[in-house]
Design a protein around this ligand. Structure first.
Ligand SMILES: C[S@@+](CC[C@H](N)C(=O)[O-])C[C@H]1O[C@@H](n2cnc3c(N)ncnc32)[C@H](O)[C@@H]1O
Length: 219
Protein backbone atom coordinates (compact mmCIF):
# COMPACT_ATOMS: atom_id res chain seq x y z
CA UNK A 1 0.00 0.00 0.00
CA UNK A 2 1.16 3.51 -0.73
CA UNK A 3 0.21 6.50 1.44
CA UNK A 4 1.07 10.06 0.44
CA UNK A 5 0.64 13.04 2.72
CA UNK A 6 0.47 16.60 1.38
CA UNK A 7 1.39 19.19 3.95
CA UNK A 8 3.05 22.53 4.69
CA UNK A 9 4.98 20.89 7.54
CA UNK A 10 6.62 17.67 6.36
CA UNK A 11 9.10 17.91 9.24
CA UNK A 12 6.25 17.04 11.64
CA UNK A 13 6.36 13.51 10.24
CA UNK A 14 10.06 12.83 10.89
CA UNK A 15 9.40 11.52 14.40
CA UNK A 16 6.28 9.64 13.29
CA UNK A 17 8.05 7.90 10.39
CA UNK A 18 10.74 6.64 12.75
CA UNK A 19 8.31 4.80 15.01
CA UNK A 20 8.77 1.06 15.23
CA UNK A 21 5.45 -0.09 13.76
CA UNK A 22 5.67 2.45 10.94
CA UNK A 23 9.19 1.29 10.04
CA UNK A 24 7.99 -2.33 10.25
CA UNK A 25 5.16 -1.65 7.82
CA UNK A 26 7.58 0.08 5.45
CA UNK A 27 10.02 -2.85 5.67
CA UNK A 28 7.10 -5.12 4.74
CA UNK A 29 6.37 -3.13 1.57
CA UNK A 30 4.25 -0.13 2.59
CA UNK A 31 5.30 3.21 1.12
CA UNK A 32 4.89 6.47 3.02
CA UNK A 33 5.76 9.71 1.25
CA UNK A 34 5.42 13.39 2.02
CA UNK A 35 4.83 16.29 -0.33
CA UNK A 36 5.33 19.94 0.55
CA UNK A 37 2.76 22.28 -1.05
CA UNK A 38 5.30 25.10 -1.05
CA UNK A 39 7.73 23.16 -3.25
CA UNK A 40 5.25 22.93 -6.11
CA UNK A 41 3.25 26.11 -5.71
CA UNK A 42 2.72 27.92 -9.02
CA UNK A 43 2.75 31.25 -7.13
CA UNK A 44 5.76 33.42 -6.47
CA UNK A 45 7.56 33.64 -3.15
CA UNK A 46 6.25 30.26 -1.97
CA UNK A 47 2.73 31.62 -1.57
CA UNK A 48 0.11 28.93 -0.86
CA UNK A 49 -2.86 30.77 0.66
CA UNK A 50 -5.04 33.82 0.17
CA UNK A 51 -7.72 35.87 1.90
CA UNK A 52 -11.24 34.38 1.78
CA UNK A 53 -13.72 35.78 -0.74
CA UNK A 54 -16.55 37.44 1.14
CA UNK A 55 -14.21 38.50 3.93
CA UNK A 56 -13.59 36.99 7.31
CA UNK A 57 -10.70 35.97 9.48
CA UNK A 58 -7.74 33.84 8.42
CA UNK A 59 -6.29 32.63 5.16
CA UNK A 60 -7.43 29.82 2.87
CA UNK A 61 -5.20 27.23 1.16
CA UNK A 62 -5.59 27.83 -2.59
CA UNK A 63 -7.07 25.31 -5.02
CA UNK A 64 -4.39 25.98 -7.68
CA UNK A 65 -1.68 25.20 -5.09
CA UNK A 66 -3.25 21.87 -4.13
CA UNK A 67 -3.92 21.01 -7.79
CA UNK A 68 -0.29 21.75 -8.70
CA UNK A 69 0.96 19.52 -5.88
CA UNK A 70 -1.26 16.61 -6.98
CA UNK A 71 -0.38 17.01 -10.65
CA UNK A 72 3.34 17.16 -9.94
CA UNK A 73 3.10 14.06 -7.79
CA UNK A 74 0.98 11.92 -10.10
CA UNK A 75 0.66 13.18 -13.65
CA UNK A 76 3.98 11.86 -14.99
CA UNK A 77 3.54 8.38 -13.56
CA UNK A 78 -0.21 8.24 -14.26
CA UNK A 79 -1.06 7.33 -10.65
CA UNK A 80 -4.66 7.71 -9.51
CA UNK A 81 -4.78 7.46 -5.71
CA UNK A 82 -7.92 7.89 -3.63
CA UNK A 83 -7.54 11.53 -2.61
CA UNK A 84 -8.81 12.38 0.86
CA UNK A 85 -9.21 15.88 2.21
CA UNK A 86 -8.73 16.07 5.99
CA UNK A 87 -11.36 18.39 7.41
CA UNK A 88 -13.36 18.60 10.67
CA UNK A 89 -16.63 18.32 8.74
CA UNK A 90 -15.67 15.16 6.82
CA UNK A 91 -16.73 11.53 7.25
CA UNK A 92 -15.86 10.50 10.78
CA UNK A 93 -12.89 8.09 10.96
CA UNK A 94 -13.82 4.77 12.54
CA UNK A 95 -12.62 1.18 12.24
CA UNK A 96 -14.91 0.48 9.27
CA UNK A 97 -13.48 3.46 7.38
CA UNK A 98 -9.93 2.41 8.33
CA UNK A 99 -10.67 -1.07 6.88
CA UNK A 100 -12.02 0.57 3.73
CA UNK A 101 -8.84 2.65 3.39
CA UNK A 102 -6.43 -0.23 4.03
CA UNK A 103 -8.07 -2.08 1.12
CA UNK A 104 -6.96 0.73 -1.23
CA UNK A 105 -3.63 0.32 -3.02
CA UNK A 106 -2.88 4.04 -2.83
CA UNK A 107 -4.32 6.91 -0.77
CA UNK A 108 -3.38 10.59 -0.58
CA UNK A 109 -4.13 12.72 2.46
CA UNK A 110 -4.47 16.46 2.00
CA UNK A 111 -3.68 18.42 5.17
CA UNK A 112 -5.11 21.88 5.45
CA UNK A 113 -3.93 24.80 7.59
CA UNK A 114 -5.10 28.25 8.57
CA UNK A 115 -8.84 28.84 8.05
CA UNK A 116 -9.10 25.76 5.85
CA UNK A 117 -8.95 24.80 2.19
CA UNK A 118 -10.70 26.28 -0.85
CA UNK A 119 -13.94 24.30 -1.21
CA UNK A 120 -13.12 23.41 -4.83
CA UNK A 121 -10.48 21.02 -3.49
CA UNK A 122 -13.24 19.02 -1.83
CA UNK A 123 -15.60 19.38 -4.81
CA UNK A 124 -13.16 18.79 -7.66
CA UNK A 125 -9.91 17.24 -6.48
CA UNK A 126 -10.76 15.01 -3.53
CA UNK A 127 -12.66 11.73 -3.65
CA UNK A 128 -13.53 11.89 0.02
CA UNK A 129 -13.34 14.13 3.09
CA UNK A 130 -12.39 12.64 6.45
CA UNK A 131 -12.52 13.99 9.99
CA UNK A 132 -10.77 12.42 12.97
CA UNK A 133 -13.35 13.85 15.37
CA UNK A 134 -15.74 16.70 16.17
CA UNK A 135 -13.12 19.24 17.22
CA UNK A 136 -10.78 21.58 15.39
CA UNK A 137 -7.02 21.07 15.19
CA UNK A 138 -4.65 23.78 14.00
CA UNK A 139 -3.76 21.76 10.93
CA UNK A 140 -4.23 18.47 9.16
CA UNK A 141 -0.84 17.05 10.16
CA UNK A 142 -2.01 15.39 13.39
CA UNK A 143 -5.15 14.20 11.62
CA UNK A 144 -2.98 12.67 8.87
CA UNK A 145 -0.88 10.89 11.50
CA UNK A 146 -4.01 9.50 13.12
CA UNK A 147 -5.32 8.21 9.79
CA UNK A 148 -1.94 6.77 8.77
CA UNK A 149 -1.44 5.12 12.15
CA UNK A 150 -4.92 3.59 12.15
CA UNK A 151 -4.46 2.25 8.64
CA UNK A 152 -0.82 1.17 8.87
CA UNK A 153 -1.34 -1.00 11.96
CA UNK A 154 -3.72 -3.09 9.87
CA UNK A 155 -1.01 -3.81 7.30
CA UNK A 156 0.89 -7.09 7.44
CA UNK A 157 4.09 -6.85 9.46
CA UNK A 158 3.34 -3.52 11.20
CA UNK A 159 2.68 -5.05 14.60
CA UNK A 160 4.90 -7.56 16.33
CA UNK A 161 1.95 -9.94 16.70
CA UNK A 162 -0.28 -10.22 13.63
CA UNK A 163 -3.34 -11.06 15.77
CA UNK A 164 -3.10 -7.81 17.74
CA UNK A 165 -4.95 -5.85 15.05
CA UNK A 166 -7.54 -8.57 14.40
CA UNK A 167 -9.28 -8.78 17.76
CA UNK A 168 -9.24 -5.27 19.11
CA UNK A 169 -11.71 -2.51 19.91
CA UNK A 170 -14.32 -1.90 17.20
CA UNK A 171 -13.02 -4.76 15.01
CA UNK A 172 -15.31 -7.15 13.13
CA UNK A 173 -13.99 -9.95 15.38
CA UNK A 174 -15.54 -8.16 18.38
CA UNK A 175 -18.67 -7.20 16.42
CA UNK A 176 -17.72 -3.53 16.68
CA UNK A 177 -17.59 -3.54 20.49
CA UNK A 178 -14.78 -2.05 22.61
CA UNK A 179 -12.20 -4.64 23.57
CA UNK A 180 -12.48 -6.74 26.76
CA UNK A 181 -10.16 -5.86 29.68
CA UNK A 182 -6.58 -7.12 29.91
CA UNK A 183 -4.63 -8.02 33.05
CA UNK A 184 -1.04 -9.11 33.68
CA UNK A 185 1.18 -9.96 36.66
CA UNK A 186 0.96 -9.63 39.59
CA UNK A 187 -2.27 -11.62 40.04
CA UNK A 188 -2.97 -9.63 43.22
CA UNK A 189 -1.77 -6.07 43.78
CA UNK A 190 -2.74 -4.12 46.91
CA UNK A 191 -5.60 -6.58 47.27
CA UNK A 192 -6.83 -5.89 43.70
CA UNK A 193 -7.36 -9.33 42.15
CA UNK A 194 -7.30 -10.42 38.55
CA UNK A 195 -10.61 -12.18 37.63
CA UNK A 196 -10.34 -15.89 38.52
CA UNK A 197 -11.46 -17.02 35.07
CA UNK A 198 -8.26 -15.62 33.52
CA UNK A 199 -6.14 -17.79 35.82
CA UNK A 200 -8.24 -20.93 35.20
CA UNK A 201 -6.36 -22.15 32.11
CA UNK A 202 -9.76 -22.95 30.55
CA UNK A 203 -9.50 -21.32 27.11
CA UNK A 204 -13.18 -21.73 26.25
CA UNK A 205 -14.29 -20.06 29.51
CA UNK A 206 -11.77 -17.26 28.91
CA UNK A 207 -13.08 -16.77 25.35
CA UNK A 208 -16.71 -16.61 26.57
CA UNK A 209 -15.83 -14.24 29.43
CA UNK A 210 -13.98 -11.90 27.08
CA UNK A 211 -16.85 -11.86 24.57
CA UNK A 212 -19.30 -11.04 27.36
CA UNK A 213 -17.06 -8.26 28.71
CA UNK A 214 -16.82 -6.71 25.24
CA UNK A 215 -20.62 -6.85 24.84
CA UNK A 216 -21.07 -5.32 28.30
CA UNK A 217 -18.73 -2.45 27.42
CA UNK A 218 -20.62 -1.88 24.18
CA UNK A 219 -23.88 -1.61 26.17
C1 LIG B 1 -7.88 25.30 11.80
S1 LIG B 1 -8.43 23.98 10.81
C2 LIG B 1 -9.70 24.76 9.88
C3 LIG B 1 -11.02 24.69 10.56
C4 LIG B 1 -12.16 25.28 9.75
N1 LIG B 1 -12.09 26.72 9.74
C5 LIG B 1 -13.47 24.82 10.37
O1 LIG B 1 -14.03 25.55 11.19
O2 LIG B 1 -13.91 23.69 10.05
C6 LIG B 1 -7.12 23.80 9.65
C7 LIG B 1 -7.00 22.41 9.04
O3 LIG B 1 -6.80 21.45 10.07
C8 LIG B 1 -7.31 20.19 9.66
N2 LIG B 1 -8.22 19.71 10.71
C9 LIG B 1 -8.60 20.38 11.82
N3 LIG B 1 -9.41 19.65 12.59
C10 LIG B 1 -9.55 18.45 11.96
C11 LIG B 1 -10.28 17.27 12.25
N4 LIG B 1 -11.03 17.16 13.35
N5 LIG B 1 -10.19 16.23 11.38
C12 LIG B 1 -9.44 16.32 10.26
N6 LIG B 1 -8.74 17.44 9.93
C13 LIG B 1 -8.78 18.48 10.76
C14 LIG B 1 -7.98 20.39 8.30
O4 LIG B 1 -7.10 19.95 7.30
C15 LIG B 1 -8.19 21.90 8.27
O5 LIG B 1 -8.21 22.41 6.94
Amino acid sequence: MRIDVFTLFPEWFEWFSGQHHVRNAIEHGAELRFFHYRETTPLTGGQVDDAPYGGGAGMVLRVDVVDAALRRAYEAEGASPRVILLTPGGRRLDDALARELVAEPHISLLSGRYEGVDERVRERLADDAVSIGPYVLSGGELAAMVVVDTVIRKLPGALGHADSAVEESFSEALEGAPEYPHYTRPAVYRGWKVPDVLLSGDHERVRRWRAEQARRRAR
